[in-house]
Design a protein around this ligand. Sequence first.
Ligand code: APR
Length: 234
Amino acid sequence: MKNLVVLSGAGMSAESGISTFRDAGGLWDKYPVEKVATPEGYSRDPQLVINFYNERRKQLTRVEPNRGHELMAEWEKEFNVTVITQNVDNLHERAGSSCVIHLHGELTKVCSSREPQNPQYIKELEPQEYEVKMGDCAADGSQLRPFIVWFGEAVPQIETAIRYVEQADIFVIIGTSMNVYPAAGLLNYVPRSAQVYLIDPNKVQIQTSRSIHVIQKGASEGMEELSRLLSGLR
Ligand code: APR
């Protein structure tokens, strides 16, 4: 089976009702990114940051995977699929994708404020625990922090992601403005021989000399079209 590697971003979940970050009216218009998505913002006002992610978690219980997520999960019948996502929601998993790498963390997990990446303190929350409070502690006694990679922090999963991308026969970019590194740089590791597809309803600026098959559509419609194209490539 061919290796199909996906890089997904916020646009993947837009049709499920989760806002993107940089589109007009996106999350970063409503919440200043430096307040809610940086370690400095967290030290200044942990309550605000914890509330922000409590809200995001609550939203997870109200949304469902869309047709795009579902079609991606169905590709596993025909390809070795790896989904590398910048999204912190769990919609790929809920649609049935079995290999999902979260570059920017996961809303459903919490960790230690002192050592956010120490696996000993990373914990999966049950839906009834989604509302984290000030004073709730990790096993090391520090405040429970959202397991999210903030701006200015290292992206530990990038090395694993690169290893998959280097083996790709087909690479699909979907729903990302390709503004944030190192995620956007993954394209540089795609073998020259691989085919690259991009699904996005808007024009995405990408610095590359390689040819990319652009499907200028939303995630669900774009995935339907790509599934038809790929059925010839099994
Ligand atoms: N289907 C597919 N793509 C869509 C849809 C849709 N229905 N609606 C919007 N988009 C596209 C937009 O055109 C845009 O190119 O999704 C992209 C969203 O871009 P961003 O908001 O910049 O999100 P993303 O690229 O995932 O951001 C990367 O930045 O703020 C951080 O950590 C956050 O993981 C995030 C990272």
